[in-house]
Design a binder for this molecule. Structure first.
Ligand code: ADP
Length: 399
């Protein structure tokens, strides 16, 4: 049974087709520079066949229509009716959606209304759901929310220590992000540990260009490092992560900046690895420059690892039990042996014993701690698209 997962952004759309319940990836592709005359349509299917074309794809309707047409023309599917469900990544479920849900008109409206919390995403995602619904009215659609995994946080962990009226009146609280990834690696870690998920305690480290850390107790997230927006938490590629908010008016005064949005832009786009190193937001470039002796790159490496260690330490304490495992995932977490080594060595006094040899692996699922380590350490490549396909399969079966 074929299921499609859709991850729509403002200028790109990624899709994958899975054969379920076997969880076999049948095809994947994306449209880049959507909305322009030189959009790029690419697809990989049948194992290793590739298709790539630069062409005008000006509207979201055109993008969705083209994907469906090509699915047939490239013989990825025989008939479009073979697609039994479409799952969509949705950035914000606010406080309304605690789990993935089948999409109907009411759900669609609620997702649109949450756009205030995810201005760049929710509206586009809702729009695509609408478009696919019109093109394939018989095919059920499912919304998979990026932050629903954090909807079980307790108020003590999701509220900010500010007057409660800001939460009551405006919903200002921690919402988190990357929930689908944290959820996926939590499920997978439980399998690897051969424990029921409901008895699994973890600290999951999603380290990509955006990065977040979650504390997982008895299989559920109890805290996460991103906040009201993805700007909070650890240091990232271009985001600062946590800073003292008082630096904002001070920076404005010193730099004679009138609009506070400009400072938020600087904290989102010009900070983190990029800002500290002055070189790049890409960890590979930082590692190369640091190895060549660049001191700012070395400082960026140290700060990046240091902030991770502080979060892991605080979540370790918050869990109240020894975690079963630390799980590294996403671009940096899966590929960067250096940061894994820095973090694990800093946690040696807590019993973390890294297997330095095993840690040299890249992008592969692997146990990288020594047999006598107090806590296991895993690399688990994330797979948000599969998680979306799983939810879509499960919800459409119940239907
Ligand atoms: P996103 O999906 O958030 O864009 P990814 O999870 O794909 O991010 O992570 C992208 C980041 O992963 C890159 O910016 C880069 O810093 C890092 N990365 C990718 N490959 C490597 C590698 N071999 N070594 C170190 N870092 C890497």
């Amino acid at each position: 049974m074929l299921f499609m997962s859709v991850n729509a952004g403002s200028s790109s759309l990624k899709w994958q087709i899975y054969d379920m319940p076997q969880e076999k990836q049948v095809a994947k592709g994306m449209i880049d520079r959507l909305g322009t005359k030189d959009a790029v349509f690419s697809a990989t299917y049948n194992g290793q066949e590739h298709f790539k074309k630069t062409e005008a794809i000006l509207t979201k309707e055109a993008a969705a229509t083209l994907i469906l047409t090509r699915l047939k023309n490239l013989k990825i599917v025989k008939h479009l009716e073979d697609i039994k469900g479409i799952g969509h990544r949705v950035v914000s479920g606010g406080e309304i959606f605690h789990e993935s849900t089948l999409v109907d008109d009411q759900v669609l409206l609620k997702i649109e209304n949450l756009a205030e919390l995810a201005p760049l995403h929710n509206r586009v995602e809702a729009y695509f759901m609408n478009v696919f619904q019109k093109l394939l009215p018989e095919v059920p659609q499912v919304a998979v929310f990026d932050n629903s995994f954090f909807s079980h946080l307790s108020p003590a962990n999701y509220l900010y220590p500010i007057d409660k009226k800001y939460y009551d009146n405006y919903g200002i609280r921690k919402y988190g992000a990357h929930g689908t990834s944290h959820r996926y690696v939590t499920q997978r870690a439980a399998e690897l540990l051969q424990k029921p998920q409901a008895q699994t305690n973890l600290i999951t480290l999603h380290l990509g260009s955006g990065a977040s850390i979650s504390a997982i107790k008895n299989g559920q997230a109890i805290d996460t490092s991103m906040g009201f927006t993805p700007l909070a938490g650890i240091m990232m590629g271009t985001r600062s992560g946590d800073v003292d908010p008082s630096i904002i008016p001070y920076m404005m005064e010193k730099e004679q900046i009138k609009d506070v949005k400009e400072i938020i832009r600087v904290l989102n786009k010009e900070s983190g690895l990029l800002g500290v190193s002055g070189i790049s937001n890409d960890k590979r470039d930082i590692d190369d420059a640091a190895a060549a002796g660049d001191q700012r790159a070395q400082l960026a490496q140290q700060m990046f690892a240091n902030r991770i260690v502080k979060y892991v330490g605080s979540y370790w304490a918050l869990l109240g039990v020894q975690p079963d495992a630390l799980v590294f995932t996403a671009g940096i977490g899966e590929n960067d042996a250096l940061v894994r080594a820095d973090v694990c060595h800093a946690l040696r006094h807590l019993g973390v014993q890294l297997d330095d040899q095993a840690n040299q692996v890249r992008g592969q699922e692997r146990l990288i701690s020594q047999p006598d380590s107090a806590v296991k350490v895993y690399i688990i490549p994330t797979n948000e698209e599969l998680m979306i396909a799983r939810d879509t399969y499960q919800l459409t079966q119940k239907h």
